[in-house]
Design a protein around this ligand. Sequence first.
Ligand code: NAD
Length: 257
Amino acid sequence: MRLDGKVALITGAGSGIGRESAVLFAAEGASVVVADIEDLGGQETVAAIEKSGGRAVFVHADVAKAADAAKMIDAAEQTFGKLNVLFNNAGIMHGKDDDAVSTDEAIWDLTMNVNAKGVFLGCKYGIPAIRRAGGGSIINTASFVAVLGAATPQVAYTASKGAVLALTRELAVVHARESIRVNALCPGPLRTELLMKFLDTDAKKQRRLVHIPMGRFGTAAEIARAALFLASDDSSFVTGTEFLVDGGITAAYVTPE
Ligand code: NAD
C-alpha cells in the first residue's frame, strides 16, 4: 500500500476529483480527512470509505475562511495524530465568469477567494502541521487553463489557477530542505459535474473535444491516480512541478482527424 500509515487531508472531497482521491488514498492505507463546504457530499465520501474498511472523518470547511482552514488542519492532528499529505483541491467555476469586460468584480473576488486564497490558507495552516510530522506532500489543484488561453473565456477562473501555479512553485522552493514537497496538479477537461454543467450541448462538448488529441474528456479517477503518485513516496524527487494530466491538450498544435 502506497500511503500506509499516512494521514491525508483533501479539500473538496465531497465530489469529483476530491472524492475519487479520498477513496483511493484510503484504499492505499491513508487515514483521510474529508473537507468540504457541502456536508452531504462529504459525509457520503466518508461513508464510502468506511464501507470499504477505511478510516475517514468529515470536517465542514469553507477553504476561503481562515478559521475553517485552521479547523480542518486541527481535525487531522486531533483525529489521526498528524498530517502528512495536504491536497488543496476545492475549486469553483462560476457560470458568470467570462471575459474581462463582462465579468463582475464580485465573481472575480469569489473565484479568487476560493481557488487561490483557499490554497494559500490551506498551506498557511497545513505547513506547520506537516513540519510537525517530519515532512510530507502538498498537492494544489490548478488546471490546464493556467497554461493555455481559451477563446471561451473564464478570466477569474484562469487567473486563479495561474496564481495556484506561481504559489506552488515558490512554496516548493521555500520548503524543499524540510522534506515538504509542493506540486500543482493540472487536470485537462474532465467528464465531471463542474465542467459538464457548462458543456450541456453536443456542440459545446465538440468545441472542446476537437482540441484534445485523445479525443475524449478525462475522468476524476484518472486525476486521482496522478494525485496518488504526487502524494506517495513514488514521487520523492518531484517538487515544484506543474503536473499536467490532460490527454495531450497542452502538447497539441493540430490534433488527429
Ligand atoms: P466538483 O465540483 O465535482 O468538486 C468540487 C468540490 O469542492 C465540491 O464538493 C464543492 O462542494 C467543494 N467546494 C467548493 N467550494 C468550496 C469551498 N469554498 N470550501 C470547501 N469546499 C468547496 O469539481 P471537480 O471537477 O472535482 O474539481 C476539483 C478541482 O479540480 C477544482 O479545483 C477544479 O477547478 C479543478 N479542475 C477541474 C477540471 C474539470 O474539468 N472538472 C479541470 C481542471 C481543474
